[in-house]
Design a protein around this ligand. Structure first.
Ligand code: AMP
Length: 424
């Protein structure tokens, strides 16, 4: 007989255990609340899409499409892919459901699992969570600014401070073509200073080289021409309005010439947000405008802008002052002592729940001491005790573990008293 196998999560994937999963839920709740304030509505698209959607939407030359997709054939031989990012699917949904007939722009947000076959390392997973939003159908710079202001509100509600927007413009396709040529001319004489990846990109997509993390290449790039310097008039004006509006809102931003973002579809505004205390290259989120994407997917030319927040990382770096708690509030523990108490405890717990007070009832028939120990191990602060004596007297004993105090309260005032104590 084969040895029993002990199953583990698939490489690069992880369980979010209670507590951690609770923190994710609280972050998502905050996102829903804040994004709704700005008129965004939630969409849920499937986890699996046609492979070509990402090949066309994210770009054949991109790291994601080239190396990181979970692609497989279904039983009919159709090539499907576990979604590696959110924007292409929202763009597909926009076209599929004729959202261009809706009032423009269409503002949506989404959250859920995404998949990339990456080398697992700290904070990078093969299944990870993103929270994203898209504004489709408005070419104007004010949408860019509203999106950034909304993000800053969301992050500051989570307790982040010293938020800085890293901002750049990657221009329109014409600007990029012009710039690619200039950058190639600049880098050609330095071929021997470039690594394999960058040499390849020099032929296929020189802009990507700006993304490099190789120190020697970063140094070389310091002398390179800047994309912003070759922007055409429309892109330049767009960028100026974005900057002016950000200043009007008092938003701290930093122009980052190296910020080009990894995906092919970006145009004009691209951004990242970092928080004081985290490294400058440690963005919590990134996004940008993608005026060409929907056209690329076979639709009309409809502009869009959006962002994706890496939720795993966001939860990981939540500041100590964050209202999000990994240790969620523990329920009130109702312990019945003796057979009669055991019968009443579940009823008391249910009365608390009816008044929205989280409660559990200990059902183990053991000694009072064992019950208290168990409640303590669960981290319960408040314990309600009921036994023969209390039943006869019409009372309940409420014990506060934190202050080692207890009081006897009337059975008919039980729920009201517990509510008052726990919210005091
Ligand atoms: P991107 O879609 O590549 O712009 O990524 C947006 C955000 O998603 C990043 O800022 C990361 O925090 C997060 N992210 C991307 N890939 C992963 C991954 N493999 N594991 C965890 N987070 C990720």
């Amino acid at each position: 007989m084969a040895a029993t196998r002990r199953f583990q999560t698939v490489k690069g994937m992880r369980d979010l255990l209670p507590g951690e999963a609770g923190a994710f839920a609280q972050v998502e709740q905050t996102a829903r609340r804040v994004f709704s304030l700005y008129g965004y509505r939630e969409v849920r698209t499937p986890v699996v899409e046609d492979t070509d959607l990402f090949v066309r939407g994210v770009g054949e030359g991109s790291e994601i499409v080239g190396k990181q997709m979970y692609t497989f054939d279904d039983k009919k031989g159709r090539s499907l892919t576990l979604r590696p990012e959110g924007t292409a699917a929202v763009a597909r949904a926009y076209l599929q459901h004729d959202m261009s007939a809706w009032p423009q722009p269409v503002k949506v947000f989404y959250m859920g699992p995404y998949f990339r076959y990456e080398r697992p390392q700290a904070g990078r997973y093969r299944q990870f969570s993103q929270i994203g939003a898209e504004v489709i159908g408005d070419p104007g710079p004010h949408s860019d600014v509203e999106l950034l202001v909304m993000l800053l509100r969301f992050l500051s509600e989570l307790g982040f401070e010293d938020l800085v927007v890293g901002l750049n413009s990657v221009g329109d396709p014409e600007c990029r073509q012009r710039y690619s040529k200039r950058l190639r001319d600049y880098l050609e004489p330095h071929r021997d200073e470039l690594g394999g990846d960058s040499l390849r990109r020099l032929e296929t997509n020189p802009l990507r080289i700006l993304d490099t993390k190789v120190p020697a290449e970063r140094l070389l790039l310091e002398g390179a021409p800047r994309l912003r310097e070759v922007l055409g008039d429309p892109a330049r004006r767009h960028f100026e309005v974005v900057r002016g509006q950000l200043e009007r809102f008092g938003v701290a931003y930093r122009i980052d010439d190296g910020l080009v973002r990894g995906l092919d579809y970006y145009t004009r505004t691209v951004f990242e947000i970092t928080s004081g205390g985290l490294g400058a290259h440690d963005a919590i989120l990134g996004g940008g405008r993608y005026d060409g994407l929907i056209g690329e997917l076979g639709g009309p030319v409809v502009p869009g802008i959006g962002f994706a927040i890496g939720e795993d990382r966001l939860v990981d770096v939540l500041p100590a002052s964050s209202p999000v708690r990994v240790d969620e509030t523990t329920p009130v523990c109702v312990i019945g002592v003796g057979d009669a108490g055991l019968d009443v405890a579940p009823e008391l717990a249910e009365e608390l729940r009816a008044s929205r007070v989280p409660a559990i009832s200990e059902s183990a028939i053991g000694t009072l001491k064992a019950g208290l120990r168990k409640a303590g191990r669960r981290g319960c602060r408040w314990i309600a005790l009921i036994g023969e004596d209390e039943l006869a007297a019409g009372t309940v004993v409420l014990r506060d573990f934190e202050n080692s105090s207890q009081e006897t309260i009337r059975r008919d005032e039980f729920v009201a008293t517990v509510k008052a104590r726990i919210s005091a």
